[in-house]
Design a protein around this ligand. Structure first.
Ligand code: SF4
Ligand code: SF4
Length: 403
């Protein structure tokens, strides 16, 4: 029984860690900060499609609230990769001589194992915001780009966190734990102690990987992994009394489907999650087949001057959201067309890809008053006349002190 419980728990922890790693790498969901877009089910959507971004974030928020309200900290004990990492170090690693180092080799082994875990944390987290291939490439070529630097910084923090704080973080500072203490109620699943039938053998305390006593108030910081309930069941099951330690949903020992349909709060939460998920799917299916975004240049100074000219540089992102090759022609209105220079126009894109195009607007001195802002509109015309004409807005700022 113990082994089966632990096996299921490990399996669940590993599946969760796998899902967390694969979600951004497989393009299921991630935000792409450099191109100001986000990816949902393999479709690249733009931050301008704000409603979809909001629906996506709300969907994850309500799923999280649902998990917290129903399962409480069970998610910590059964799904949290950080706990998995610490438990593996404490419980599995002793056989490698890693958890309780006795020699320099052991210390070095422990450091190596923790560095690998810590890097996995940093890499997984930032692969939700940057291209995972860029992160790996930059880290291993020691190119300290923003994605690589942030990943390495989180790796170091995570290493210190596990090395120094162990379980203290989840007991006092974990954001999920803090949300649970706000959202959890008497119906939330938790470990329940019933002193009737307890033989004070302390098998539960010995089984706890957090080293807390589930019979005391300390169980409020427990992560509901259930290891103590299994240890307790082992010593008390033959006594014919209720097991003193067990999972409970308020006054109910079992979570049943009927309970969901009787509880208005769960019905309400479930309804919102289903609605948001449907909206998200619909949005992904119906999202624009062509999209464009405009931002100040990173490839050169955004505002510059040369003798007789004021210059603004931009980067334009064009996305082919259709499932066929498309050629796009870019057009800027707001200033004289002779002031406009693209590094490439038109651009041909494969299905589901995007490209950064560089735009320079060069305006002769005296055309506008210094520091004046001129609104620009950039439109993208597709080679397929059925595609919509997408557009983005920007501003040309007339530089001052043009020589
Ligand atoms: S008290 Fe029990 S359920 Fe809570 S963390 Fe310890 S072993 Fe797990
Ligand atoms: S394992 Fe069960 S019976 Fe033993 S001390 Fe803990 S709660 Fe009591």
């Amino acid at each position: 029984m113990t082994n089966r419980h632990l096996m299921y728990r490990r399996l669940m922890q590993l599946i969760t860690a796998f899902i967390l790693i694969v979600t951004p790498i497989g393009g299921i969901f991630r935000l792409d900060v450099p191109s100001k877009s986000f990816v949902v089910f393999g479709q690249k959507l733009w931050f301008q499609e704000t409603y979809l971004l909001i629906v996506t974030l709300l969907f994850f928020l309500f799923v999280l609230i649902g998990v917290i309200k129903i399962l409480g900290r069970v998610a910590c004990g059964w799904m949290c990769p950080r706990n998995l990492m610490i438990e593996l170090l404490e419980k599995i690693a002793p056989s490698l001589g890693v958890a309780k180092p006795k020699s320099l080799i052991h210390v070095m082994l422990r450091v190596v194992v923790q560095v690998i875990f810590a890097f996995l944390v940093g890499f997984t987290f930032f692969s939700y915001f940057f291209d995972w291939k860029v992160i790996l490439q930059d880290v291993f070529s020691l190119t300290f780009s923003l994605p690589a630097s942030l990943t390495l910084a989180l790796t170091v923090l995570s290493f210190i966190d596990v090395f120094v704080f162990h379980h203290t973080f989840c007991q006092v500072a974990c954001p999920y734990g803090l949300m649970q203490s706000i959202l959890g109620d008497e119906k939330t699943m938790a470990i329940h102690f019933d002193s009737d039938g307890c033989i004070k053998c302390n098998a539960c305390t010995k089984a706890c990987f957090l080293h807390i006593d589930p019979k005391s108030e300390a169980r409020l910081t427990c992560v509901a992994c259930g290891d103590c309930t299994v240890a307790c069941q082992k010593v008390t099951s033959r006594r014919g009394k209720p097991i003193p330690l067990r999972y409970r949903f308020g006054d109910n020992d079992h979570l049943t489907v009927g309970r969901f349909f009787r509880d208005l709060r769960f019905l309400f939460l479930g309804g919102i999650v289903v609605l948001l998920f449907s909206g998200l799917l619909l949005g992904v299916i119906k999202h624009q087949s062509v999209a464009i975004a405009m931002a100040p240049a990173k490839w050169s100074k955004a505002i510059a001057v040369v003798p007789g000219m004021g210059i603004n540089n931009y980067q334009i992102y064009v996305n082919n959201g259709s499932n066929q090759v498309r050629t796009y022609r870019l057009e800027v209105t707001g200033v004289d067309p002779s002031f406009i220079f693209f590094n490439e126009n038109p651009v041909t894109l494969s299905p589901g890809t995007d490209q950064e195009v560089r735009l320079t607007v060069k305006v002769p001195k005296g055309t506008y008053i210094e520091n004046d802002s001129i609104p620009l509109t950039i439109r993208v015309h597709s080679s397929n006349p059925d595609d919509p004409i997408a557009e983005a807005k920007g501003i040309f700022v007339m530089p001052s002190n043009i020589p």
